[in-house]
Design a binder for this molecule. Structure first.
Ligand code: ADP
Ligand code: MG
Ligand code: ZN
Length: 473
């Protein structure tokens, strides 16, 4: 029996306005090569200047992943030749990264983080085989990245998915990275090997690149586990190589053979001084750290007395958690607010394909609606109607209640009269109910609701129907 051993390398684009070593914009979607200058296009004689904001964000990443920040780190040159890298080397931390020895907790275990280092991104090539041409866009060249390297602690595709989602969530919470995978702001390479279960020694690994969604990471890992198991079972040997995931054919293909550090001829970049980070700098960044997902989830359970499941859903993003807290601020029934957000609001956003930030119903408006429900001005059915109307028209709940005459009927004597009338009109059902067919209770409820066009306060009519049916008349 084989056991998979998996380690992940994640490249995350740091959310700075300008590039890591020059003043060019990092804005996505600009015309090709619009965001370039002599520094990021690698002209001779230029000098890089480190962007402090990028270091701030790398420190923040380290703090949020329980990593130890190096008081001194260094930038090296990683030399290789490729048309998307005009200098012929990438400036990257190698021997002395900015942080090491971190961890992230996933469902049932802790995954170690080996190191976090800063580096610059390369440009982007677009191949046009029909014209026999390749186009070079250097807008991405020099965008700051952190590479977050995990320990080989992961044992399945599922754990890999959990780790990645947790890391993704934390980078978004801390606002270090927008982490849009389609825009390549959060990219993952997966290293996979197999070993005989129960043994210590790691097997030979393959590194899979081009994984641009959580689903593809899991699929590629599972494919690779099967591919390697087949080779080993046949008595063969896995070769150390870089492979590419083909999301159309759902398989990995060999891209290039084993590469070693010495192939890159790393050496300290003589144009950059060592990066010194002191306690004061770290403390400053610490102050900007938000409450992280695990802590928020625990607090939601205790503060709002909602189930752990609810807390997990509501804290899945910081924006959603803020939305919940703003909604529920002045409400008594926290669980009701949670239910509405998890089902009605998230369902609506899903249908519309928008994020919580652009929700057509704001937190204060939802609070207003739920308040009307709490003080029994409207009933649940009315609330659903009003919510739909809010989504469509953007009107306030109060306005809609007035427009549509949805105010709940809670007048005791008015409702009593209606119940008596219904009892008188349905003697057979009354008889059957009294003879033990208690299921008929909902029939009477239904009749009252029909009579009041769904506006009766269900709590009050339940009481009235119960008493009236017990009366001997
Ligand atoms: P490289 O820079 O060549 O990719 P690293 O030492 O940075 O090498 O390791 C990259 C990743 O590979 C790390 O996440 C590490 O945990 C993982 N890894 C190392 N050895 C193995 C192995 N035998 N099987 C699976 N993963 C491994
Ligand atoms: Mg690697
Ligand atoms: Zn530039």
């Amino acid at each position: 029996m084989f056991e998979p051993v998996i380690g992940l390398e994640v490249h995350a684009q740091l959310k700075t306005k300008t590039k890591i070593f020059c003043g060019c914009s990092t804005k996505f979607g600009e015309p090709p090569n619009a965001n370039t200058c002599p520094v990021c296009t690698g002209m001779p004689g230029v000098l890089p200047v480190l962007n402090k904001k990028a270091v701030d964000l790398a420190i923040k990443t380290a703090l949020a992943t329980n990593s130890k920040i190096a008081r001194q780190s260094r930038f090296d040159r990683k030399n290789y030749f490729y048309p998307d890298l005009p200098k012929g080397y990438q400036i990257s931390q190698y021997a002395y990264p900015i942080a090491e020895h971190g961890f992230l907790d996933i469902e049932n275990k802790r995954i170690g983080i080996t190191r976090i280092h800063m580096e610059e991104d390369a440009g982007k090539l677009t191949h046009d085989p029909a014209r026999g041409k390749s186009l070079v866009d250097l807008n991405r060249t020099g965008i700051p990245l952190v590479e977050i390297v995990s320990e080989p602690d992961i044992r399945s595709a599922k754990e890999a998915g959990q780790y990645l989602k947790k890391l993704h969530q934390i980078l978004k919470y801390t606002d270090v990275c927008d982490a849009n995978m389609e825009k390549g702001q959060f990219r993952c390479d997966a290293n996979i090997s197999l070993r005989i279960k129960g043994t210590e020694k790691f097997g030979i690994r393959a590194e899979i690149k081009n994984l641009n969604s959580f689903k593809n990471v899991e699929k590629a890992i599972n494919y690779e586990i099967e591919r390697q198991a087949y080779i080993l079972e046949e008595g063969g040997e896995v070769i150390q190589e870089t492979r590419l995931w083909d999301p159309v054919k759902n398989k990995t293909n060999s891209m290039r053979g084993k590469e070693n550090a010495h192939d890159y001829r790393y050496f300290p970049d003589p144009d950059l001084v060592p990066l010194i980070v002191d306690d004061q700098w770290i403390d400053e960044i610490k102050k900007t750290l938000p409450e992280l997902p695990d802590a928020k989830q625990t607090r939601f359970v205790t503060d709002y007395n909602i189930p752990e499941y609810d807390a997990r859903v509501l804290t899945s993003s910081k924006k959603l958690a803020d939305f919940f807290e703003e909604t529920t601020k002045d409400l008594k029934d926290k669980k009701q607010a949670s239910n509405w957000i998890m089902t009605t609001v998230l369902g609506m956003l899903n249908t519309k394909g928008v994020d919580i930030e652009s929700s057509p119903v704001s937190a204060p408006s939802l609070a207003e609606l739920l308040k009307l429900l709490e003080n029994s001005t409207i009933n649940i059915k009315g609330a659903k109607t009003i919510f739909e109307e809010m989504v469509e028209t953007g009107k306030s709940p109060e306005e809609i209640v007035k427009d549509k005459n949805l105010e709940q009927v809670s007048d005791q004597s008015e409702l009593e009269n209606i119940v008596i009338e219904i009892i008188n009109k349905n003697p057979k059902e009354v008889e059957a109910y009294k003879n033990g067919k208690t299921k008929l209770f909902s029939f009477f409820m239904g009749q009252v609701m029909r009579e009041t066009k769904g506006k009766a306060d269900p709590k009050i009519i339940t009481e009235i129907i119960k008493t009236k049916l017990q009366d001997d008349n």
